[in-house]
Structure formats: structure tokens, C-alpha cells
Design a protein around this ligand. Structure first.
Ligand code: ATP
Ligand code: MG
Length: 216
């Protein structure tokens, strides 16, 4: 089983949106997915209620029990555990980072998010875990200077997953129904981006596995 956490010390960058959409896309690609919601706002618990199906279980887990729950999920045959975290530094965020094979740090292409990304990067380094950035809510003209600056900054900070995720109505519509964008509009551009993003994450996870085996 592989564990991914979505982390930033910044509200609204898209942690819960990307966590739910990646969960659905990964499940469609054959993974057995389990979501752990560590945000006191319980965004993904509520998303799951709207969804109304138990195909992707979502559970609230306190930080003190996280390691134990993750070990139990692995024994049950879950192949991908996705952890959503609050938008502030907290004991939940720290526990999630420590439990992760890969920390995914979403940022919007603006300077405030980039500053917050730097803080999260430091925390991920301290936790000695693999981390990578995703640029989310990009304006439609990808070539804009703001997007280019954001991409370069995140690449320099430790790596940017492809593709860039654009601001698209599908993300908000899918959330409203408890779906992922690949369910809402399977042939849409948002669905295409999320499937590609999951492929990039998967490759990154596989790379991490190889290097930790080498290190062992
Ligand atoms: N790519 C996108 N396109 C359009 N809207 C988006 C996109 N990503 C996120 N959003 C919207 O931005 C808002 C914030 O997203 P979300 O709640 O996922 O952020 P978050 O990082 O989980 O925030 P918090 O730290 O408060 O939990 C939501 O209204 C969501 O629908
Ligand atoms: Mg959230």
C-alpha cells in the first residue's frame, strides 16, 4: 500500500478537491482507495455523504492512531491511502506527513501560495519524506507570466508534478455531487488533467519505492 498526503499551510489551495478527484481517478484505474480525513472541517467526510456510496471509504482518524490505522488498512488489502489535512500547521499535518510515502503540496500561481509552499517544503524535509508540488487553479492561459513564475519556483523548490491543473468549473460541480471530475465529465479537460496527474503521482511513488529500497 502507498500513502499520499495533501498538505499546505494555506487554506483553499485545493487539497480536498485534488484528494477527492485523485481518489476517484485512482479507483477507476484499479486501486483500492481509502481516504483519511484529518481536517476538523471534515470536508471529505461530507463529500462522501453526498456521494452516498461506500466504494471509497472516508474516515476521521486522530493523529495518535494514524500509524495503527494505516497498518490495518494495508492488511485489509487497501492499495492507496489518501490523507487530507487542514490548511494550517498542526499535529494532524505533522502526523500525516510522517505517515506518507509522498507528500503532495498544492499551490495556486500566486505569491502568497508560493511563500506558504516554502514553509510546507521545510516541514516535509524535516519529516524526511518525499514531496512534490502541484500547481492548481491556473488561469486558462497557461503561458501567463504568473503561471510560468509559479512553475519555475516550485520546480526549483523540489519538483512539480505534471500537468498543471487549471481552474475549471468541473472541479466545483463534481464536489457538489460527491463525485470526482472523471465521473462528472469523463471526457472533459479536467478529467484528462486528473488522470494524467494520478499517472505522474504513481510514477513518483514507484521512484520513491526504488530509491528507498536502494537506501535500505
Ligand atoms: N482546479 C480547480 N478549479 C476550480 N476550482 C477549484 C479548483 N481547485 C479547487 N477549487 C475550488 O477552490 C476552493 C478551495 O478548494 P479546496 O477546498 O479543495 O481547498 P483546500 O486546500 O482543501 O482548503 P482548506 O485548507 O480550507 O481545507 C473550493 O471552492 C474548490 O471548489
Ligand atoms: Mg480542505
Amino acid at each position: 500500500m502507498r500513502t499520499i498526503s495533501l498538505v499546505t499551510q494555506k487554506g483553499g489551495s485545493g487539497k480536498s478537491t485534488l484528494a477527492s478527484c485523485i481518489a476517484v481517478a485512482a479507483q477507476e484505474a484499479g486501486e483500492r482507495v481509502f481516504i483519511i480525513d484529518m481536517d476538523p472541517l471534515k470536508t471529505l467526510v461530507n463529500w462522501s455523504k453526498l456521494r452516498g456510496e461506500a466504494d471509497i471509504p472516508v474516515e476521521v482518524v486522530p493523529s495518535a492512531k494514524l500509524a495503527q490505522v494505516i497498518a490495518a488498512l494495508e492488511k485489509k488489502g487497501v492499495t492507496l491511502c489518501i490523507i487530507d489535512t487542514p490548511g494550517t500547521s498542526s499535529k494532524e499535518t505533522e502526523a500525516a506527513m510522517r505517515a506518507s510515502d509522498l507528500i503532495v503540496i498544492p499551490a495556486r500561481p500566486n505569491v502568497f501560495d508560493l511563500w506558504a509552499s516554502e514553509t510546507t517544503r521545510k516541514a516535509a524535509k524535516e519529516a524526511r519524506r518525499e514531496f512534490v508540488f502541484v500547481l492548481n487553479q491556473c488561469p486558462p492561459a497557461n503561458q501567463s507570466a504568473r503561471v510560468e513564475q509559479g512553475s519555475k519556483a516550485l520546480e526549483a523548490m523540489g519538483g512539480l508534478l505534471t500537468p498543471l491543473i487549471q481552474a475549471r468549473v468541473d472541479f466545483q460541480e463534481a464536489a457538489r455531487n460527491g463525485w470526482g471530475v472523471t465521473e462528472l465529465n469523463p471526457y472533459g479537460d479536467a478529467a484528462d488533467e486528473v488522470r494524467k496527474l494520478w499517472s505522474s503521482m504513481k510514477r513518483r511513488l514507484a521512484k520513491g519505492k526504488t530509491s528507498s529500497r536502494k537506501a535500505a
